[in-house]
Design a protein around this ligand. Structure first.
Ligand SMILES: [Zn+2]
Length: 619
């Protein structure tokens, strides 16, 4: 070896080392853009139009120079022939709430959001409005690590409520104000995400919102953010014992501040009843609803469930991080926003609690972890569904019930898998061919992903992994790979195969007990077969006529290890790896066939086997 080759070798080694260090860093220290919004808006409740100014402080924490920026102008979706309108009318199974309603909106019923002026550091910018996106070319690029100030003036008209946001909902709520301001699109390690608004799912930049809303004095407001001037406002927001000192004039300015959120929603109605429910740990819950015979009794009862749900989810998934959560009657079903939710209010108690719990669960997965829902809706909707199932079982004291809290979710996934409509879970949310395929994939198949993960790595590992996920990835927009890496680290198992099959393919699971034969010398030969195209580890439980049980555990070779013993499962007597390439697997039991009562694949039912009929043989 010459001196030169040695030097080259050393240089290569150093490079490799640097690379490794960078890669580890990249995984744990992913950069995030940062934003501060200062919004001042005045609402005219006669014509449902508003005018605002917006000052944005934007910090480019990326290593890239930005030559363009993008803003979402969601309300432009509510106009005849918008992308959302055309899509809603032409999709095979339209959302009943939308259908052709957008195409029929009159000029005073459409929504719009227009930016009238935009400047960067005082210099006026040119921009082009393309549907729901404002495309802005910058004269001077934003350099890496630079902070710039955007100043804009905008005006909007609140659409008659069609989907999520809007005025005069079916239940008569005046304003459900979500997606209402020019919202900066997010730029992350995968580039810009200037998704046009077609109907579903959101993504945003982490930041602080300082929002002043001036509106007719008769209105009561709620939403994202802590009210900064409660003693001027009253309506139950004022501090205890304080006499409300409302300024003169017909209008009031509500000043909200919301730190560390990626969106800001508000709602307003003159008839809202405001219930304030303090929790012991300093969180205040706000309920806002219009009291009538359909709401009165159930919203009163809801006061017991919201704090219990926050408490339980904080224990399971990480401490709820804000000081406030507001459940507000509005919208058209249930929709999550930071620190708050809009839900319809005319519901039986079980449904009212169910929708509150589901939207609250989003506080973890949409609000604080905040994966890009446009790309990975299942990491939000699916995980929220999983959390909803567990929380509902807990707060309605169903945890002792023999039925799994996820039973309905599995039924929905099985229906999808057999429907012929299934598309890969990795499909971007707006691009699923049908609403049915989107819903069942994002909500049900996404939730099954987590329940089944508990089967693969053990529930204790999964549950610890969920907390580790929260601690590691909060406020950082994790992607599927980040999630599965956490679960690999927690369990010590290799799990990429599970994520890849579940997310990118529509292959399904079907294992069966193929045969059970008398072996030589009083043994029994069992043959299992893999019929479905997706491989899985197998828990096989043998029940003997004397009542004893044993478990044969067949981990996949490629998972490179075993899950720990789990509570509630019989003693593991045999562990044999099963290579996925082998369609069948032979197991020899050291007991005669006539001593066996039954042989069953995964009695826990957590493995999403689409044909359970061949899973059990009884003698
Ligand atoms: Zn949801």
């Amino acid at each position: 070896m010459t001196m030169k080759t040695l030097k080259n070798l050393i240089a290569l080694l150093i490079l490799l080392l640097i690379n490794i260090t960078f890669e580890t860093k990249a995984q744990t220290e992913r950069w995030q853009q940062a934003i501060k919004y200062d919004i001042d808006v005045k609402m005219d409740v006669q014509n449902n139009q508003y005018q605002g100014t917006q000052i944005i402080e934007y910090t480019n924490n990326s290593p890239d120079t930005l030559h363009r920026v993008f803003f979402h102008l969601y309300y432009n979706a509510f106009q005849p022939n918008s992308m959302m309108d055309v899509r809603s009318r032409t999709i095979a199974d339209p959302d009943k709430r939308v259908g052709d309603r957008i195409s029929k909106l009159r000029s005073d019923e459409i929504g719009y959001l227009r930016v009238n002026s935009l400047a960067l550091d005082g210099i006026t910018l040119d921009f082009e409005q393309v549907g729901t996106i404002l495309e802005v070319n910058l004269h001077e690029p934003i350099l890496p690590h630079a902070t710039v100030i955007f100043h804009s003036e905008f005006e909007g008209q609140v659409p008659l409520q069609v989907r999520r946001s809007g005025r005069d909902s079916k239940e008569g709520i005046r304003y459900s104000m979500s997606q209402w301001y020019p919202k900066m699109a997010n730029y992350d390690e995968q580039g810009w995400h200037a998704q046009p608004y077609i109907g579903r799912e959101f993504y945003g930049v982490w930041g602080d919102f300082n929002v002043k809303i001036t509106i007719d004095k008769s209105y009561v407001l709620g939403g994202t953010g802590y009210l900064q001037n409660p003693n001027e406002i009253g309506h139950g927001y004022q501090e205890e014992g304080v006499k409300v000192n409302s300024p003169e004039g017909k209008e009031l300015t509500w000043h909200f501040y919301a730190p560390k959120v990626h969106d800001f929603m508000w709602a307003a109605d003159p008839n809202y009843t405001h219930d304030k429910i303090p929790m012991e740990n300093g969180i205040t819950i706000h309920h806002l609803y219009v009291k009538n015979s359909e709401t009165e009794s159930n919203w009163e009862k809801l006061k017991e469930y919201t704090p219990r749900a926050i408490q339980y989810m904080s224990e399971r998934f990480g401490q709820y991080p804000y000081k406030q959560f507001s459940v507000i009657q509005g919208g058209d079903g249930g929709m999550e926003y930071p620190m708050s939710t809009l839900i319809t209010g005319h519901r039986p108690l079980n449904s009212l609690v169910g929708v509150m719990v589901h939207e609250l669960a989003h506080s973890w997965f949409h609000g604080v972890l905040a994966t890009n829902e446009g790309l990975y809706p299942w990491m939000d909707e699916g995980f929220a569904t999983f959390a909803t199932n567990l929380t509902m079982a807990e707060i309605f004291n169903r945890s002792e019930s023999s039925e799994s809290p996820h039973a309905g979710t599995y039924v929905s996934y099985f229906r999808l898998a057999k429907s012929g409509l299934e598309e890969p879970l990795a499909t971007p949310s707006d691009h699923f061919h049908t609403n049915t395929a989107y819903g069942a994939a994002a909500y049900s198949k996404g939730a099954v992903f987590l329940v089944q993960l508990g089967y693969i790595i053990g529930e204790e590992n999964r549950d610890k992994g969920m907390l580790r996920y929260w601690n590691t990835w909060q406020y950082r927009h994790p992607n599927p790979n980040d999630f599965i890496r956490i679960m690999e680290q927690e369990s010590g198992l290799e799990l990429d195969w599970y994520k890849e099959y579940w997310m990118y393919s529509t292959k399904s699971i079907d294992y069966g007990v193929k045969s059970v034969e008398e072996g030589s010398n009083g043994t029994t030969q069992i043959i299992l077969e893999r019929i479905g195209l997706m491989p899985m580890p197998i828990d096989l439980v043998i029940t003997y006529k004397d009542g004893n049980k044993e478990m044969v555990y067949l981990p996949l070779v490629m998972q490179r290890g075993e899950k720990p013993l789990e509570d509630g499962l019989p003693n593991r007597t045999i562990t044999q790896r099963w290579p996925w390439t082998n369609p069948t697997k032979e197991i020899i039991l050291e007991k005669p066939k006539n001593s066996i009562q039954s042989i069953e694949i995964d009695p826990s039912g957590r493995m999403a086997d689409i044909n359970m009929e061949n899973n059990k043989i009884e003698f």
